[in-house]
Design a protein around this ligand. Structure first.
Ligand code: XUL
Length: 541
């Protein structure tokens, strides 16, 4: 039996999907919500927020405890763990974990009678981990960018401009603020490579896909870039794991998991990757012409890129793709948490929320929102504030529609750099179950949106990467598309088509929305007149 396990440690939960490759089916899937199942860590939405939402950390021990909980559930469910051929995982991107010199020896000598958490808790040189929602490193971004010769050369070297949440600026801040703890750090892992190390029983490499989200890897050579390392912090190379291909087998599962949970000692491992690169596989973006929107804690828009090209405007990122190629991505912090803010401020549930979307008109009577409930990545907004034009915060229907229209209008505007208008967009992530939201996206993008049954594409992507790597090692080279499609249940997916008259309406609304961004963020002209013309054209006759 060829079973493969995919794990995913995201912002708010830890998930696992076990697939049976021959039968092309998912035999078990489970998610552990951090706030609900591990309340002793006292997180809100999986994180700790301070300094007005600028500093956002999480707890690496909580992630490990979630892994232990999940494996305990596997045992209860009597899953055939000893039949699993290969395990892979993915993690929220950019977050960093700081470990002292006892980390690796501890992993090599784990006692199966004790929990992982109790054994590794003394191995951190920094108790908490800055995660992708953190935006406290603007100064460090500027310092690194200047040392690398400005934005354009930073983008050409690392695939992205410096971004507050990226690992390099975060590491630099730690080195500046906590020099003594920095010197006691013997290894800095990403969330992905940290968890990969736990399963491997020693330090795991970082895969090229997730490594690209650090401002430290050269996007062309896929090696650590000496200029970027030197611009970030001293002696950094010694503290970073190796980089490797996303599909390379890095070893076998540590004896601890064989003895405690009954995995086979022959279970192979490949490095964990980032959640977005893993989702790229999980939704089947393994060839040109398609894009995906992932609607989770972060909202992301991503495409598969056969060839490398970068966004010199500096808003987008190029990461590695687990296929060995590339992916283009933009990321929003005001994703599900912004939607939730609106929902909660009117005491709605998601059903009422959708019903309101269904009964309000596209264009929202010209009510426009810039939804910066939290600091935003694209466009860069460091001080959160919600701007409303033509309505206020007491207007229930106006707010519900405005937040969703704003999210997709912004996504359309800021994804233009990926150049290729997609033939179809695949939707994934928790909120992709909401058809009313997807209808708005279809009209704004003027593209069919395909909704799949499975929403955890990151964990599924990890399981599929496992299968691909395993069969490669047996000289059985499955085509990616063939491999993924078997699990996607394309025939059961739903397609949402754009409606021509609304496509035209949003075509008019898009430049107005863009002008509002310019007006608020770059001192542009007040677009009130254009908004009035839009209202007159669509709502006053
Ligand atoms: C991508 C990003 C987020 C995280 C969390 O650049 O920051 O999507 O990966 O999911």
């Amino acid at each position: 039996m060829d079973y493969f396990l995919g794990l995913d440690c995201s912002t708010q939960s830890f998930s696992g999907i076990l697939i049976d490759f021959q039968e092309k089916e998912t035999i078990f899937s489970h998610s552990i919500n951090f706030d609900v199942s591990l309340p002793q860590y006292d997180t809100q939405h999986g994180v700790y927020s301070s300094n007005g939402g600028k500093i956002i950390h999480s707890n690496p021990l909580m992630w490990v405890e979630a892994l232990e909980l999940l494996f305990a559930i596997f045992l209860q469910e009597d899953l055939p763990l000893n039949e699993i051929k290969l395990i892979a995982g993915s993690g929220q991107q950019h977050g960093t974990v700081y470990l002292n010199k006892s980390f690796e020896p501890t992993l090599k000598n784990l006692n199966k009678e004790k929990t992982l958490v109790s054994q590794i808790k003394g191995t951190f040189s920094r108790e908490t981990s800055p995660v992708w929602m953190d935006s406290s490193t603007t100064i460090e971004c500027e310092e690194i960018r200047n040392r690398l010769g400005g934005s354009e050369s930073t983008i050409q070297i690392t695939g992205s401009n410096t971004f507050e949440r990226f690992s390099g600026p975060q590491i630099r801040k730690f080195y500046k603020d906590n020099y003594s703890n920095y010197t006691q750090t013997s290894v800095i892992h990403l969330v992905s490579s940290f968890l990969s190390s736990i399963l491997l029983g020693k330090n795991s490499p970082i895969d090229h896909a997730d490594g690209a989200g650090m401002n430290l890897m050269n996007i062309r050579t896929k090696e650590w870039d000496n200029g970027a390392l030197d611009s970030t912090a001293p002696d950094l190379k010694e503290k970073l794991p190796q980089l490797t291909n996303s599909l390379s087998i890095i070893g076998k599962i540590a004896p601890y998991f064989v003895d405690r949970y009954g995995f086979s000692s022959e279970t192979l491992l490949i490095p964990w990757s980032g959640d977005n690169p893993s989702s790229l596989i999980g939704v089947g973006l393994t060839r040109k012409g398609k894009a995906a929107i992932s609607l989770g804690t972060s909202d992301t828009y991503f495409t598969y890129l056969k060839d490398l090209f970068v966004d010199l405007s500096g808003e987008g990122h190029v990461f590695g793709a687990p296929t060995g190629d590339y992916m283009g991505l933009i990321c929003y912090k005001n994703g599900s948490l912004a939607r939730e803010k609106v929902k909660d401020s009117f005491n709605l549930n998601w059903i009422n929320f959708s019903n309101i979307l269904a009964k309000t008109p596209p264009g929202n009577y010209g009510k426009i929102m810039l939804p910066y409930f939290f600091p935003e990545i694209v466009p860069l907004v460091l001080k959160p504030k919600v701007y409303r034009f033509g309505f206020d915060d007491t207007d229930l229907e106006g707010n519900v529609r405005a937040v969703i229209e704003a999210q997709f209008l912004s996504m359309k505007i800021h994804s233009e750099w990926t150049q290729e208008p997609p033939e179809e967009i695949y939707a994934t992530g928790g909120a992709s179950t909401n058809l009313e939201m997807l209808r708005i996206a279809a009209n704004i993008f003027n593209t069919n949106i395909r909704q799949f049954k499975a929403t955890n594409s990151a964990a599924l992507g990890a399981a599929l990467r496992s299968a691909k790597s395993y069969y490669n090692s047996k000289n059985l080279y499955f085509d990616w598309t063939e491999l993924v499609e078997g699990f996607l249940n394309i025939e059961e997916s739903i397609i949402i088509h754009p409606t021509k008259k609304y496509v035209l309406l949003y075509k008019d609304m898009l430049p107005i929305y863009q002008k509002y961004e310019d007006y608020i963020l770059r001192n542009g002209e007040d677009p009130e007149l254009s908004r009035q013309i839009f209202i007159k054209k669509y709502f006053k006759n």
